[in-house]
Write a protein that binds this ligand. Structure first.
Ligand code: SAM
Ligand code: SF4
Length: 352
């Protein structure tokens, strides 16, 4: 069983936002003066998230990423991870429970959820990385936008560079690997640190992901002049540390990935959604903390799965609802169109 949209793309990757709250104030995401938070009773419970995840896995979702807001602010997240991690061994059960969605290609015992990941600002990892791994988390992506203490604070609004560096180490020690590092590169904020980040990746054997700034910030401060293109990022790094492309095709991946030409450890990935759109190969669907399905980061409409689930729909009805929503996935974003309609919610709410 697969989830397919009307552009014939198969959806295999579900991103679940666990909360719209955050303890950082990254200027490109959730600057001070943030929008109001979702009410507690509207946020999905762990039981609801587990149930929905199981259904999605039965529909062919192979990767689940937990995000936010800051997902580590959700109390006892380890319990949720433990529940979702069980789907790595019981995907075929999810399909078999509903007679209508048996997958003829699924052999009994085949794992269906292949990958359970978490994106975090890292604040809680030094103490909790080991427990996350024990609960069944496969890997983490940690956000790190500057290697300089003052600049880190200017970008994130908090003085936590040391904690994030400790988080990266703790994640590596715990085996939450490959550990990926996300850095949103913004003109005159941190574009002078690209080579330094590359050096960091080499020294620590990390997979760096440099991301173009997208118009998803709650403060609506985004402008085209602030974008550092993927091409420019590549050139700046390649000049100091020559790079070789890993694979000619990206498949469903968002990043162009490079090794260091001299064989040093680490990897560079460049994600350029604005200047090199990759919508044609998109395999993602998103669930917000308050249970709305979003078929694109830039969707202007949402689909209220929470009310369908809470309204007592049967498993079969929920499956039909999800299939009908997935079919409506947008062909592409319109950031570069003259008539760009901004997304209906900002990144911290949608889940990056
Ligand atoms: N709080 C967690 C964190 O920071 O890793 C998870 C949520 S955060 C929204 C997920 C990712 O989205 C982060 O790596 C962040 O850098 C990225 N992000 C946030 N706003 C963005 C924007 N306007 N453009 C590009 N990436 C953005
Ligand atoms: Fe918080 Fe992550 Fe957004 Fe920064 S990027 S404000 S850490 S949700």
């Amino acid at each position: 069983m697969t989830l397919r949209d009307s552009h014939n793309r198969i959806i295999r990757d579900l991103r679940i936002s666990l909360t719209d709250r955050c303890n950082f104030r990254c200027f490109y995401c959730l600057p001070s003066g943030e929008p109001p938070l979702a009410r507690k009773e509207t946020i999905l419970t762990f039981e609801e998230i587990e149930y929905i995840s199981e259904i999605f896995v039965g529909l062919g979702i192979e990767k689940i990423r937990l995000t936010g807001g800051e997902p580590m602010l959700r109390r006892n997240i380890e319990d949720l991870i433990e529940k979702i991690a069980r789907l790595k061994n019981s995907g075929e059960k999810a399909a078999a429970d509903d007679g209508a969605v048996q997958n003829p290609q699924t052999e009994p015992g085949d794992p269906r959820l292949l990958d359970l990941a978490l994106t975090t600002n890292g604040f809680a990892l030094p103490e909790r990385a080991k427990n996350l791994k024990k609960a069944g988390l496969d890997r983490v992506t940690i956000s790190l936008d500057s290697l300089k203490q003052e600049n880190f604070e200017r970008i994130t609004g908090v003085d936590k560079l040391e904690d994030v560096l400790a988080a990266i180490e703790a994640a590596q020690i715990a085996g939450l690997s490959p550990v990926k590092i996300n850095a949103v590169i913004v003109r005159n904020r941190n574009d002078d640190e690209l080579a330094e980040f590359a050096r960091f990746a080499r020294e620590k054997d990390l997979k760096m992901r440099f991301i173009e700034f997208m118009p998803l910030d709650a403060g609506h401060g985004w402008s085209r002049e602030m974008i550092v293109s993927g091409r420019e990022m590549f050139e700046k790094i390649n000049k100091i540390y020559p790079l070789v492309l890993k694979e000619k095709s990206r498949g469903n991946e968002t990043a162009w990935k490079y090794n260091f030409a001299d064989g040093a450890p680490g990897e560079i990935g460049i994600i350029a959604p604005v200047t090199e759109m990759f919508c044609g190969a998109c395999s993602r669907i998103r669930l917000t903390a308050d249970g709305q399905i979003r078929t694109c980061l830039f969707s202007t409409a949402e689909h209220n799965l929470r009310d369908v689930v809470r309204g007592g729909a049967s498993r079969g009805e929920i499956i039909e609802y999800i299939k009908s929503v997935a079919a409506q996935k947008e062909a592409r974003h319109t950031i570069n169109d003259v008539k760009f309609s901004p997304a209906s919610r900002s990144m911290s709410f949608i889940g990056g």
